[in-house]
Design a protein around this ligand. Structure first.
Ligand code: EPU
Length: 438
């Protein structure tokens, strides 16, 4: 079992370099298989989901090389469209992008149903609706999705929900279809623009990404290209909240401040000082934040992926905050873990009422998914005493160099696998010397 042992109470201070965006990376990697030849992706985050995707692509015949941890060269010349390593496919949500990409290239795809964080039902009906509109037959059998078409033809498609996954997946199937596809009620997240830019660099003709209508003119074939992934605004939001919640002062470098507008606005409402310029933001926390209300919404609204972290900040708010989750059914699952640490949170359906308390206390807690794990790490940084966070493999799926980045801003934490420190006993003793009973 792997755990993070965190000794809380230190205000974070210093600088953090933000990595490439997880949800852009795991969309761009499968896009590379739309073309024969070798594409190169840069600024990939060093996270578990990227490693899993690399394994999946290798298993279908792609030649994948990682010249450095932030680069991936993908030669998809000899791939085949039956994706059979079900265990790998089930580890991540983004494996669904193989359906659109393989269908686009081969007019056939067989891929296991995706996995990922357990935060609600997460159907893929809109993806399949789009493939069918383009002329494919789709069916689900034995835990796999099979999509097949004689020929894909452009169509007018209206999404019932503005789904990030469906928007991107349908683009992948449509770029090589005959004629023009018009996709309406699209999601507008910045990584949709990012992957559209990659597709266009490969020779696709996609316009309107980032708005709610995307037009895709099908082309005969795509060519390999090079592309750098945009910064991860959720990683940045996580460290911004951690800085604020510990009363710290942290500069986050390598970000697009505009992508963080909704998070910055809510932090400011909570009394946190945010300065921004060019490609950095500075976050200066206070003793206790103001209580505020937060509602998650599709971009440019407040991101659901930053909500569990924000909830931790408000656990020490001066008064009562209300958080409404509008994207997923069960994103408050980890609240019982936060309650072990002395927080006062009442959940009713998709709403959490958070009564601020003066102090959080360290406790053993378990991460059940990626962002829940991130929120427990922040709670550990805030709490008095020691917090032991298990289930840390969920966090590793989406955060690169977590301990190194946090230690670089004065956090005291240390990773243990089966009771043994991975940081080196001597370093961990230093951390452990400060560890109370929690
Ligand atoms: N939905 C449907 N039908 C569909 C697709 C989605 O009803 O066919 C619903 C979902 O159930 C959900 C809403 O639409 O209620 C939005 O889902 P969306 O498809 O936008 O999400 P996703 O593609 O499954 C991606 C990210 C998530 C992030 C959401 C929203 C990836 C791999 N995952 O998921 O990231 O929360 O968009 O921004 O890109 C995370 O990083 O922690 C994470 C969960």
């Amino acid at each position: 079992m792997t755990e993070l042992h965190i000794v809380g109470g230190n205000p974070l201070s210093g600088e953090i370099e933000v990595g490439g965006r997880k949800n852009s990376a795991v969309a761009a990697i499968p896009a590379a298989i739309l073309a024969e030849g070798a594409s190169v992706l840069e600024n990939l985050p060093a996270i578990g989901d990227v490693a899993t995707y690399s394994n999946i692509l290798s298993s279908i015949g792609a030649k994948v090389q990682r010249p450095t941890w932030s680069q991936m060269k993908i030669d998809a010349t000899n791939i085949q469209p039956d994706v059979t390593p079900l265990e790998e496919v089930k580890k991540i949500r983004a494996s669904y992008y193989l359906l659109g990409a393989l269908l686009g290239r081969f007019q056939y795809a067989r891929v296991g149903l995706p996995g990922g964080c357990d935060i609600g039902q997460r159907p893929i009906d809109q993806h399949l609706k789009g493939f069918r509109a383009l002329g494919a037959d789709t069916r689900i059998a034995h835990g796999e999705v099979i999509a097949q078409a004689d020929k894909l033809r452009g169509a007018h498609i209206y999404l019932d929900v503005a789904s990030v996954g469906a928007t991107i997946n349908i683009m992948y199937a449509a770029v090589l279809a005959e004629g023009t596809t018009v996709l309406e009620n699209c999601a507008k997240e910045p990584h949709i623009v990012d992957v559209a830019n990659f597709l266009n660099a490969m020779g696709a003709r996609v316009v309107g990404a980032g708005t709610d209508t995307i037009k895709i003119r099908g082309v005969e074939s795509l060519a390999p290209a090079e592309h750098a992934i945009i910064p991860d605004e959720i990683e940045a939001a996580t460290y911004a909240v951690a800085a604020a919640a510990t009363g710290g002062d942290v500069i986050l470098r390598g970000v697009v401040p505009k992508h963080l507008d909704s998070v910055s606005a809510k932090l400011r409402e909570a009394g946190v000082i945010i300065e921004e310029n060019g490609d950095w933001i500075r976050v200066i926390g206070n003793d206790r934040p103001n209580a505020i209300n937060v509602k998650t919404l599709p971009y440019p609204g407040f991101p659901t992926d930053a909500m569990p972290q924000m909830l931790v900040l408000l656990c020490r708010g001066r008064g009562t905050s209300v958080i409404s989750e509008s994207i997923y059914e069960t994103r408050f699952n980890h609240v019982s873990e936060l309650q072990r640490m002395g927080t006062r949170i009442h959940v009713e359906g998709r709403t959490a009422v958070v009564e601020g308390v003066e102090t959080l206390h360290g406790a053993p807690v378990k991460a059940s998914n990626l962002r829940a794990g991130a929120s427990l790490v922040i709670a550990g940084l805030v709490a008095e005493g020691t917090t032991r966070v298990s289930g840390i493999e969920h966090v590793d799926r989406g955060y690169e160099f977590l301990e190194e980045k946090l230690r670089g801003v004065n956090a005291r934490l240390c990773r243990h696998s089966d009771g043994v420190s991975e940081q080196g006993e001597a370093d961990c003793q230093t951390t452990a010397a400060n560890i109370g009973d929690g």
